[in-house]
Design a protein around this ligand. Sequence first.
Ligand code: IVH
Length: 694
Amino acid sequence: MAGTVAERVARLRAEIAQHNVRYYVYDDPEVSDAEYDALMRELTALETEHPDLITPDSPTQRVGAAPLAEFGSVRHAVPMLSLGNGFEDEDVHAFDKRVSDTLRGAGLLGPAEQAQYFCELKLDGLAISLRYENGELVQAATRGDGQTGEDVTANIRTIKAIPLKLKGQAPAVLEVRGEVLMNRAEFEKLNQKQAARGEKVFVNPRNAAAGSLRQLDPRITAQRPLRFFAYSWGEVRGLPSGLAEAFDESAPGMGAASTLPRDTHGGMLEWLSGLGLPVNVRFNHKAQGAEGLLDFYRRIGAERAGLPYDIDGVVYKVDSLAAQRVLGFVARAPRWALAHKFPAEEATTDLLDIEVQVGRTGAITPVARLKPVFVGGVTVTNATLHNEDEIRRKDVRVGDVVVVRRAGDVIPEVVGPVLEKRSGELPLFVMPTHCPICGSTIERLEDEAIARCTGGLFCPAQRKQTLLHAAGRKALDIEGLGEKLVEQLVDNGRLKTLADVFTLDAFELAALDRMGKKSAENLVAAIDQARRPSLGRLLFALGIRHVGETTARDVARHFGSIDNIMDADEQALLAVPDVGPVVAGSIYRFFREAHNRDVVRQLEKQGVAPQAEAQPQGGSLAGKTFVLTGTMPNWSRDEATRHILAAGGKVSGSVSKKTSYVVAGEEAGSKLVKAQELGLTILDEDGLKALLGQ
Ligand code: IVH
């Protein structure tokens, strides 16, 4: 009997460990949370009944031990190194040249051969060293100064991605190095929870990960969504017999000698993965020569914003361990590796002032005026603070040193103050009661986060934004009617409504600031072109609240003419597919305003004649759902997605029985496996192109 309980306990532990890997490493759970919880409950119950069966590597032991008074210190058997940095393409060419020259000199690379590299993401978390003895996790330490770190074993044991026991044939000693991090979505959720409980909110996922790990109470760490990826190793000793002792590593400065089972970096990571350690298989990639490295850098740069976690660059490592030994080290960084950094997405600077801006619909946005700072590849002087509540929540005050973030093409935002740098009492932000532009009252409805200027088109700020919106690419597409021009034409009283745009002539335009004769003529031609917009574009151009370009097109198709739309009541508007009460109410109220109907009549007088909206095309891929995985030779994922959408298909992130096609490129991962299991049709890039008729 006891034997069967012990067996069941062992099986449950193995199963739970397997589910942890699927969830935390591949983001692809095979069971629901409820099923996972049931396994944990069963294991807990068996262990409660048979306490003698409890082992330190049981998943029930991850809840967190008693708090510590302080962290002990750990001397790393092999020092934890740092990486040399590069920023420009030239740095990568120089790195590849240094590597190749040395390897050619040593006879490890032929004259015409290119050096082989292993490329990884530079994860923005904190480095950790895990020590396994005979397959058991016995110690975990932070990097510290590279020689000595802090003992965070009790905390590390709560991270589900980290195996407490290795699978298969583990060596007597194995030190694994990698990064502990937090996914962005999980970080946001954690911050919401912290704020709701009145507890500290973190500035970014890296600080949250570091704060969670350097917690004296492991029970708190256990509640934090930490993850881990392995990318290196320290001491490796006592490989089990049967594993060829392929390699002795005793590079200068490395301290203890290691015996390694593989002769490439990539091979070592595969080996670590086989022992159950999380390795970033989704992005790790082999490349040749400087151009191969730069391709990887560019591809990851394009995907950066869509990754689940923050990265601050990519890392290139010479793949051959023999070559690494020849290259050696300078100071504390290996000569065989380079961190190629992306422009930092965050920086700190002084918050000089908070002003408010008035948007097209009167929305008042507080804007931070900053001491200029270089972030996300540009110099930033203004950043959004979103709204009043957000300022309160973040406790941002004029005079603070603040963290500014600009990720991808997203508008720069103030993340929060650096409280340690605040000196004395700083005043709280107060929302003005009147619009700084037109003096109208600012009001904020009870259930809305946004305060609004009530001036409507009387407010020059709203008028300017409305005109710019109407001239935009998705609306009337009037090239040349930009911010500076609209500014002048509204300020000098020439443009009061959209219809006035169609009365502008080249002569008066040429007299304006920054306008020549030629650009004035071009603008008049562009305005003339805009007299034949599709009905949907015209409707969108009017700037009705809640009416985006798609809604505008749907409404236009349904009603066929501007008069029909203007006269439709809410009931009639609700008959349009995807139009709900908010949109219907907004359109209806817009056209009950005499001045809005007037604008339409004036536009007609100026010769603006909307064209019937084209009816939707079925598209050759209508009704088909695609999942993309891996890297295609020519198309990026975004490109492939655009083509599929254009042909009427859909693109989904996860494979299921409902998936019509899985498009698999190089290094396709678990999605491909799942597709094969489900017997779905799998295509490569050429197959997709054929399907698209290309
Ligand atoms: S390798 C001998 N690989 O970057 C090489 N480090 O600037 C040791 N990091 O302390 C490090 N992602 O915290 C390596 N794929 C990666 C990495 C990585 C992030 C961090 C790590 C290290 C720092 C060095």
